[in-house]
Each structure stands twice: as structure tokens, then as C-alpha cells.
Design a protein around this ligand. Structure first.
Ligand SMILES: C[S@@+](CC[C@H](N)C(=O)[O-])C[C@H]1O[C@@H](n2cnc3c(N)ncnc32)[C@H](O)[C@@H]1O
Length: 511
């Protein structure tokens, strides 16, 4: 889009907002932030201009003013919102209504937006004109671009094929002219990055958004069921987000939707919404951008299948002594069934950067590993409900730590570059080596996951709980020896990762 076109569509959008009854605080401005890589955004003016009542005309006062907490930035009447309800009430035939009501909300909104986009007299035309023609969400990445994400689990969550199945089932039969799967993806991705789930009129709520993690379900903060409607909210969706820089929130007071500040904002500062505490991989998948401020929410996934695979192998200490024997397939099956019964078996577990409210290794993962490593006697006692899974501090035994470390290392081996190599690549890019934005983002995301793995591995290595009740290998006085071993130098390795030659099999991949 040319600069003039960009400015012209922004101006037409602003006039349209005023026509449809959107009230905008004079202190805010819709800004062109393309030079900073953020498209349009909403900011406080550095100064603002008011007619001076003491003069006849053409003389203005210039002021700089910030926002207080809980100040109104703008309000939007519900009639201006683009959702299936509003589209149907203005245009829908009975057939069209029935079709839209029988499909998932993101698909019906996709259909409604496409049909509005094709109507020359659509009431939302100036709004649709400011929505992006192109996003960097993962669904648009080529195979080659996606390969840069290496072993990132987000690759399994893009869902392009699943979305196309839904397009075929629900959208194709509508026979919308001039549309194809690529176009459906574009509109559906805009919805994923821009839409809000808003309570229907009789609920007064703060609304998280746009479409963040927590509003996939229809349950309100207070636990009561709440009917919501997926909606494109003009202007509210022009707010960017940057993790903890969030300073405004969309609220609903029945008639109008209001964007209000949640903290004081100084003149000239950008106004940010909150898209949720998303790891950068997910931010990339859903919104097509990342910033360093989200790095603290990065996640590395450990699949149950990779844990099971390590459980079937003999683990060695770095000194080459057997730490724990591998389980047979039957033993694994029995222990997995117990973990399911105890509610700690998951398809995958998220490792995170530890925060006061969230340790790096989730307790469910510790409990699952504990069940895989506990001795037969304790296993039987848990099976017969004569013993229970201990509390977190007891789960963090040395053996659980060594085992987890081995699992984490096997995950690290799945990435094709090391954390150090990624640092080097990013340094070269900073030193002007040409690189596409997508590759740059992919390297940052995979490096972020390796950082999580590295820290979680170190944390696991440092577990120093007793190995009593663990099925440590009954060789010599290994239990006693392992208690003497310094935690971080001691790295557990599996029998298939012991190298044929030198070292411990992780050469070139030292974190
Ligand atoms: C809800 S829209 C915000 C308005 C958008 N900037 C525009 O010009 O239409 C979400 C999209 O804005 C962009 N975005 C939001 N926050 C951003 C940020 N901190 N840095 C870069 N891009 C951002 C991403 O493209 C994202 O998909």
C-alpha cells in the first residue's frame, strides 16, 4: 500500500468512526507506526491543539497532557461493531442466516466479513479498508521459512490443513463469489489477530483481547457462563500490544464498548492493549510478530512420548555407571495408566522461565516422571491407594532431576542449531547480514526455547531430594555415590546417546 493510500484510508476511517458514533478523546491519535514495524497504532498526542475561546478564530492553545488511570480513550456503539449479529440484522436472507448459525463463530465471521467486503454499500467499508492485506502469521509461511523453527512445537499447531477442511465444509457451499482458500486464510487470520469475544449486551465486563488465550471459552471471570459474540471492533483493534507495556483495556457497559486506561499514560506514549502472556512462538502463530518483551513467557514443550522413550532406556551417569534401568513396554504401560489415573499424564508439558508464581518444571511433569521412576513397592502402594504422590519438594529427587535432564537434552538434540549458533546468527544479522523478518523472528523464537530448556535442565540437575523409593540401579553403592555428586556437572545420558568416540554425545551442543 502506498503512503498516500495509507493516509487516505486512515482519514476515511477516522471520518467514518465519527459518523457511526465513535467518541474519541481529543488527547489520542491514530498513528502511522510502519517505520517501527507496528502498522497503525493508537498513541497519546505529544501535544494537542484546542481553539482558544478568548479569540475569534484561527488561534489555538497548545498543550501536552497525559491520561489518568481509568480515563476514557474512546467509546464505540455496539451498532458499529462488525459481527454476525449486526451483519445479519442489516442484510441477511433466511438461508444465509441459517448457514451462518450452523458453523463455528470464526467461520461465520469470516463469511460475514467476506460478504461485507464485496458489498459496494457496506456500512463497514472504510473499516475493512484499513485492515491488513498481509500478515506474518505462521499459516502464511513457506515450508522453507517454517523449517527455520526447527524443533519448535508450534509447527504442529498451525492448523492450515484443518482450517481448509473447515473452509471446504462450511464456506465453499455458500458459493461466495471471487473467493478461494488463500483468501479465506487471509480473512480468518485477520480475525485471529484482531477480533474480540465480547459479552452480549446484558453483561458488564472487562474484556480480554483481541481474542487472547483466555477467551476461547465462554466462561466469565466470576465463573458464571456468559454468552459472547466474536466481533471485529473498529479502532479497539488498532491498539498494538507489547507484553507488560499494556496500559489500556476494553470494557463493556451494555450500550457502548469503552477503551479505558488501566494506568496513567504520559503524553506522546503509545497505548497498548493486552493480547495475553503468550510465548513468542504463539505470538508468531497468531499475530505474526514478536518482541523481546514476550521472551519471559517463552515455553519449551516436552512431549509425553519423548519422556516414555527415555524411560525405556538405561540411563548412565557421566562416569558411565548405570543410574537407572530402562522399563519394559508392559511396565511403561502400567505406569502411564497410573499417571493417567492420578491426573498427571499429559500429551505434552510446558517448561517455562521460572517466576514466583510458576516454577520452570510443572508439578504434573514431576509427578509423571516420579511414577516412571518410583520403586515397585511404592508403585504398588500408590496403585492400591495406600500411598499417594508426594508434594513437589519430595518429587524433586536427584534421580527425577537426572532423568529430566536426559529428556531435556534429547529435546535439545532435535533442534538443528545450538543456542550458541543462534546467538552467532543473530549477531551477524545485527552486523547487517541480509535476512528476512520471518527468518529473524524464527531464530529468536527457537533460541528462546533453547534458553528455556537450558535453564530448566540446570534446575533439574540441581534437584537434591533423596532417592529413597526411587528405582535407582542396584549397583555398588550408587545411591550413596549419587548423593555426593555435584549436581550441575553430573549429566545423565541415555544408552543410545553415549557416543562411539569421545565425550558424552552432546559435543557441539553445549548450552
Ligand atoms: C490488533 S492488530 C493492531 C493494529 C495493527 N498494528 C494495524 O496496523 O492494523 C494486531 C496486529 O498488529 C501488529 N502488532 C501488534 N502489536 C505489535 C507490536 N508490539 N510490534 C509489532 N507489531 C505489532 C501485528 O501485525 C498484529 O497481528
Amino acid at each position: 500500500m502506498e503512503i498516500d493510500d495509507f493516509q487516505a484510508t486512515t482519514e476515511a476511517f477516522l471520518s467514518w468512526l465519527s459518523e457511526v458514533g465513535v467518541r474519541i478523546n481529543a488527547k489520542m491519535v491514530l498513528k502511522d507506526l510502519r517505520s517501527e514495524g507496528r502498522g497503525r497504532g493508537v498513541s497519546l498526542r505529544s501535544y494537542f491543539v484546542l481553539p482558544d475561546p478568548s479569540f475569534d478564530s484561527n488561534v489555538f492553545l497548545v498543550a501536552a497532557a497525559g491520561f489518568e488511570e481509568d480515563e476514557l480513550v474512546f467509546s464505540i456503539p455496539r451498532g458499529a461493531v462488525l459481527n454476525v449479529g449486526n451483519v445479519l440484522s442489516s442484510t441477511g436472507s433466511t438461508n444465509w442466516r441459517e448457514s451462518l448459525q450452523n458453523m463455528p463463530s470464526w467461520l461465520s465471521l469470516t463469511a460475514a466479513m467476506i460478504s461485507e467486503g464485496q458489498r459496494s454499500n457496506s456500512q463497514w467499508a472504510p473499516y475493512l479498508a484499513v485492515l491488513p492485506k498481509k500478515l506474518d502469521s505462521l499459516v502464511f509461511w513457506s515450508e522453507e521459512e517454517l523449517a527455520e523453527l526447527q524443533a519448535c512445537s508450534v509447527l504442529q499447531k498451525i492448523g492450515r490443513a484443518g482450517a481448509e477442511e473447515m473452509f471446504g465444509k462450511h464456506l465453499v457451499p455458500l458459493g461466495i463469489a471471487n473467493s478461494n482458500y488463500e483468501f479465506y486464510h487471509r480473512v480468518a487470520s485477520v480475525i485471529m489477530a484482531y477480533a474480540f469475544d465480547i459479552p452480549e449486551e446484558d453483561n458488564t465486563k472487562h474484556i480480554p483481547g483481541p481474542l487472547d488465550d483466555d477467551n476461547d471459552d465462554l466462561v466469565s471471570d466470576d465463573g458464571k457462563d456468559e454468552k459472547t459474540i466474536l466481533s471485529m471492533i473498529p479502532l479497539a483493534d488498532m491498539l498494538n500490544a507489547d507484553a507488560e507495556r499494556n496500559n489500556a483495556r476494553l470494557c463493556c457497559d451494555n450500550e457502548e464498548l469503552e477503551m479505558r486506561t488501566i494506568k496513567p499514560i504520559a503524553a506522546g506514549e503509545e497505548i497498548f492493549n493486552d493480547y495475553g502472556q503468550l510465548p513468542r512462538s504463539d505470538l508468531l502463530r497468531r499475530y505474526g510478530y514478536i518482541t523481546e518483551n514476550y521472551a519471559i513467557y517463552d515455553v519449551a514443550e516436552i512431549s509425553a512420548s519423548s519422556i516414555i522413550s527415555v524411560a525405556g532406556k538405561k540411563l548412565f551417569t557421566q562416569a558411565g555407571e548405570t543410574l537407572v534401568e530402562g522399563l519394559t513396554a508392559n511396565e511403561i504401560e502400567k505406569r502411564v495408566a497410573l499417571a493417567e489415573r492420578e491426573g498427571c499424564f499429559e500429551e505434552s508439558y510446558d517448561l517455562v522461565h521460572s517466576r514466583p508464581e510458576e516454577p520452570a518444571v510443572p508439578v504434573e511433569l514431576l509427578a509423571f516422571v516420579y511414577i516412571l521412576l518410583v520403586d515397585d513397592e511404592t508403585l504398588e502402594a500408590i496403585l492400591n491407594s495406600k500411598a499417594s504422590i508426594p508434594r513437589r519438594s519430595k518429587l524433586c529427587s536427584q534421580l527425577v532431576g537426572k532423568f529430566l535432564s536426559a529428556v531435556i537434552w534429547s529435546k535439545i538434540m532435535d533442534y538443528t542449531t545450538t543456542w550458541e549458533e543462534d546467538c552467532g546468527i543473530l549477531k551477524d544479522i545485527r552486523n547487517d547480514e541480509p535476512c528476512s523478518t520471518r527468518k529473524l523472528m524464527a531464530v529468536q523464537v527457537r533460541k528462546g526455547e533453547k534458553a528455556v530448556l537450558k535453564k530448566s535442565g540446570q534446575e533439574a540437575e540441581a534437584f537434591d531430594g533423596s532417592n529413597a523409593r526411587m528405582r535407582v540401579a542396584k549397583k555398588k553403592s550408587l545411591a550413596r555415590e549419587s548423593q555426593k555428586m555435584p549436581p550441575v556437572q553430573q549429566r545423565a545420558v541415555t544408552d543410545d546417546s553415549i557416543p562411539s568416540g569421545k565425550g558424552n554425545g552432546f559435543s557441539g551442543r553445549v548450552l
